[in-house]
Design a protein around this ligand. Sequence first.
Ligand SMILES: C[S@@+](CC[C@H](N)C(=O)[O-])C[C@H]1O[C@@H](n2cnc3c(N)ncnc32)[C@H](O)[C@@H]1O
Length: 444
Amino acid sequence: MHSVGPLAVNEIKTEFFSSRNSEPMKFIDLFAGLGGFHTGFANSGYECVFACEIEPHLRTLYKENYGIEPHGDITKVNEAEIPEHDVMCAGFPCQPFSLAGKKKGAECPASGRLIDHVIRIAKHHTPKFVVLENVPNVLTIAEGSFWAYLTSSFSEIGYTIHHKVISPVDIGIPQNRKRVFIVAIRNDLDVGSFEWPEITGLAKTSLLDILDENLEHKKLEPAKVDLLKHWQSLLNQLALDRLVCTSIVAPEFGATYPLNFDALSLKEIKQYKGAYGSDLSQCVSWEEVMALMPSYTRKNRAVSNWLLESVEFSRDLYQAKKYICDAWAEKIDKNYNSWQILEWRGIHTTMDIYEHVVQFRASGIRILKPHVAPSLISMTPTQIPIIPSQSRYMSAHEAAKLQNLHELPNLPETIVGAFKALGNAVNAKVIELIANNLKVWKTA
Ligand SMILES: C[S@@+](CC[C@H](N)C(=O)[O-])C[C@H]1O[C@@H](n2cnc3c(N)ncnc32)[C@H](O)[C@@H]1O
C-alpha cells in the first residue's frame, strides 16, 4: 500500500516514474458491465488485474470477452484481496442520479451509496489514479451535496478531483451521450494539470458511417412502416418549409375544447369538440367526455404544459389546411396514443422522415437528426433507433460501434439485452483517450 503523505517534488518524480517502467500499468474495473473501461484501458496498453460485476450474465460475458472472471457484489469484496494496481476504474451505477430515474441520489438504498465502496477500496490501495464516469446530474443532484460528498471524500484520502463532461460526438463518434468523467489524481503525483482528450467537434459525424449495409437486420413491423409512410404523406401535403422543435399533435385536428377545462361543468364542456373534432354534445357523463378527449388531457383535464405550444401549433395547422388534415386523420391508426404525435427533432431544412433516424417513444414518434444517434440508454425494445430509409431497427453491432465496443467477440444474445448493456456502458474511445493521457504521467 502507498502512503499518501507529502513528498518533495524530486521524491515524487523518482517514486512515480521509476515504478514498473517496463511493465504495463495495471488497472481494476469495478462495476464492470460490458467492459467499456476494460476495452479503453486495454487499447491504451494497460493490463486488467481485477473486475467486479453483480449481474451473473454480464460476468459470464466478461469472462468470454476478456478472459477475466469478475467478482460479484462490490459490497462483499474484501479490499485486501484485490491485487495492487495503478488505476482504479469505477462506472458506478447511474440510475439513482439519472434524469430518467427517480433521482434519489445517494439516498437510493439499492445503489446510491455504492460510491462508499469505491472510496473504501481506493483508501486501502491508494492507486495513482481513480477514473469514474456517470451522468452529469451527479454534479448537481440534491443541490450539489452528492458531488460535495464525493470530492471531499477523495480529498480526505489524498486525491485531487478533475472532471469534465464529454459526449462521444465531441470526439467524432455519432452518439449524443453527455457523461461526466472524473479523474482523481493522488496528491503526491499532482505535479501538473491533467489534460483532457481533445474535443474534435461534431461536424464530421454521421450515423450513416456506422451502418452495416450487408447484414441481416431486424425489420420494422409493417404497421410501423405504414405509419411512417402515412405521416410522410401528411408532411408532403402540408408542404411545410420547416418544423422546428415542435410536434404535430394529430388529435388536435378539429378539436376546440379549452386547453384547461378542469373548472368547466359537464354542460359547458358539451359545447366543444374533443379529439379529432369529436362531438361531445351527446355525452351524459364526464366519463363519456373524457373517452373522447385526447389521452394527454385525461390526467388533469388539461393539456400538459410541455405540449401546449405543439397543441396550439397543430390547431393553427388544422385551421389553415382543414381538408388535408381531415382526410389524413381518417386513416391514422388510433390504437396507440403515441403514434398520433410526431415529435420533430430533426434537420430544420428538410421534412423528409426518411433522411432521419426515428424512435418510437411513449410521448410520440420522435424524428431525430441523422448526424448523431440518440444516447443509448437501457432502452425498452420499442425505443431502439430505427433507420426508416431501410425499414429496419439499428442492430446491436451498430450500437456497439457507437460505444466503441464493436470488436468484442460477444454481446448479449438478444437485441434488447444487448441494447440494455450497451446503454449502461461507458464509451470505450473516450476512456482510451483519457487512459492515453494518464500514461503521459508515467513516461514524461
Ligand atoms: C453504469 S453500469 C457500468 C457499466 C460499465 N462501465 C460498462 O462499460 O459496461 C453499472 C454496473 O454496475 C453493476 N452493479 C450494480 N450494483 C453492483 C454491485 N453492488 N456490485 C457490483 N456491480 C454492481 C451493474 O450491474 C452495472 O453493470
